[in-house]
Design a protein around this ligand. Sequence first.
Ligand code: NI
Length: 175
Amino acid sequence: MAKLPVIKYGDPILRQKTRPVEDRQQVLDLVDDMFDTMYEEEGMGLAANQINVDLNFMVVDISHTDEDEGPRVIINAEVVESSGSSDLEEGCLSIPEIRATITRPETVLLRYEDEHGQEHEEHFDRLLSRVIQHEVDHLTGIFFTDYLTPAKHSLIDKRLSEIAETGAPSTGIIL
Ligand code: NI
């Protein structure tokens, strides 16, 4: 069991589109440490580039809010369809102490592979949909803060610079 450093806003790897996973063993070698890191940091999802790995996979676990859901490993995810709209407050382990209400599609149809190499097309909604969309964004170089209006984004510009420089903002904020 090992907790890995979480890459923070400002690192170029978080602005890159990750490479497709071709060797599943590379994922299997990392997921235990990724889950440990995510639980330790009290996150619900973690994308591979957040631990400095340029590959398209994520770990997700919302079982503390939905006992029907267990931990998931999601590889080479692609949103095929999305529908509806919902507002929900988001945060991010790479952007500590900044939270904001973000509008996203409510339901997504996701094409992905699991840790056993099985391919899936599965609909997700509610919190799991939200977490997966946030992580798919990470894997394509997008932050939740990118969705803020210019006026709201200006309220966090200084804090984002501070995170890029020191790993944490001088003060937190909820938008
Ligand atoms: Ni995040």
